[in-house]
Write a new protein. Structure first.
Ligand SMILES: [Zn+2]
Length: 383
């Protein structure tokens, strides 16, 4: 018997091209005109931040921008954002950017009521303080699904990448406007879209798989397969951009229920050691494990193959699925070579086996020995 499933409230959602116009009126209604908001924005999307600020100002809201964050954000950056929210007496925190900005925004909103460092909450070591601020999350990439989950990933002072978790971290509102993703460079469109695909595949095939994660997860797989290549060929195609954005949201819901697997354990190790972009890291990592996973959990992977529309002409096999996955990774142009001075098969295996990655290894549809994981590490670095 599996444990009872408890789902949190979902964020309210505004989705579709032109959604940004709804943001100001909605927040003015919720917090009152004149309310102060902290806008946690990725420094790489300054032009979009100005658009958001203008939309908020038009509704009579005061936004103060915080841009002190990087990819692979640190706990110290979360602390700085939380301090800014306290200083401002912010009514809410608005996150704008990729997964890093959204993670910083929602974690800062949770820890802001007290001056305690964000690192103290890592790995759910303690509950969040009462009175967390509402978070509004506006992704400008389409992949991480951070806008749909109760987790955030931060890097601690020792370089380890750890997760934080809590009901309070679920956003109050997510706004998915595909117009905000049109300027995303091709390599990030590809990497974040593949992240969404890996989320969905791992969530619908791992040991915690559940009909309630299969429903959004399988739809996310179909949406990525259909729309990601088009979003790369025609970056301004709002239907394609919107399709990938919905896939990211749905895949986020799937991992929020069921979690991920071995590709995310390997991917976090690649990110921590070699600063490999998260989406590229997990995308390549799933490529080396997918055939073995599919052989071990055939029924769950058959559903993946159907969602990818692979079963029309040929009998589905594990090798066929892995080949189709590899072809998609190549089609979207994910760079395969992983070169970094700190990346060796030995260092990558050691990082994969760190305690913070154990839950993902344990959730995977089958267990892998250290020797097998070492083989994955060698194959990843041999490309
Ligand atoms: Zn991911």
């Amino acid at each position: 018997m599996t444990a009872p499933l408890e789902l949190p409230r979902s964020p309210a959602l505004i989705a579709g091209a032109g959604s940004l116009a709804r943001l100001g009126p909605r927040l003015a209604q919720r917090h009152g005109r004149g309310a102060r908001l902290l806008l946690v924005a990725d420094p790489g999307v300054a032009a979009l931040a100005e658009r958001v600020e203008a939309a908020l100002a038009e509704a009579g809201l005061e936004a103060s921008r915080f841009e002190g964050l990087s990819s692979d954000p640190t706990a110290a950056q979360v602390d700085a954002a939380a301090a800014a929210a306290r200083e401002l007496a912010a009514a809410a925190v608005v996150g704008l950017g990729g997964g890093s900005a959204l993670d910083v925004a929602k974690l800062a909103a949770c820890v802001a009521p007290e001056a305690r460092p964000a690192a103290d909450y890592a790995l759910a070591a303690r509950p969040f303080p009462a009175g967390s601020l509402p978070a509004v999350l506006i992704p400008t990439t389409a992949g991480t699904g951070s806008e749909a989950t109760r987790t955030a990933i931060v890097t601690l002072d020792d370089g380890s990448k750890v997760w934080t978790w809590g009901e309070e971290m679920m956003a109050e509102l997510a706004l998915l406007d595909p117009e905000l993703t049109v300027g995303l460079p091709a390599h990030l469109t590809a990497a974040t879209g593949i992240d969404a695909l890996v989320h969905a595949i791992e969530a619908v095939t791992n040991r915690n798989r559940h009909p309630l994660s299969a429903a959004p997860g399988l739809q996310a797989i179909a949406l990525v397969a259909r729309h990601l290549p088009r979003a790369l060929e025609a970056p301004a195609d709002l239907e394609a951009r919107g399709g990938v954005q919905l896939a990211a949201w749905l895949a986020g819901q799937a991992i929020d229920i069921s979690g991920t697997g071995v590709a995310h354990a390997l991917g976090h190790a690649l990110g921590a050691l070699g600063h490999v972009h998260h989406g590229r890291a997990v995308g390549l990592a799933l490529g080396v494990a997918l055939a073995d996973n599919a052989a071990a959990a055939a029924e769950a992977h058959a559903a993946v193959a159907r969602a990818l529309d692979l079963t029309r002409e040929e009998q589905w096999t594990a090798g066929h699925l892995a080949g189709a996955y590899d072809a998609l990774v190549d089609r979207v142009g994910l760079e395969r070579r992983l070169a970094h001075e700190r990346l060796t098969p030995e260092s990558l295996l050691a990082a994969t086996l760190r305690p913070e990655n154990r839950p993902m290894l344990a959730a995977n549809c089958r267990a892998y020995s250290e020797a097998e994981l070492g083989g994955f590490c060698r194959r990843l670095l041999a490309a």
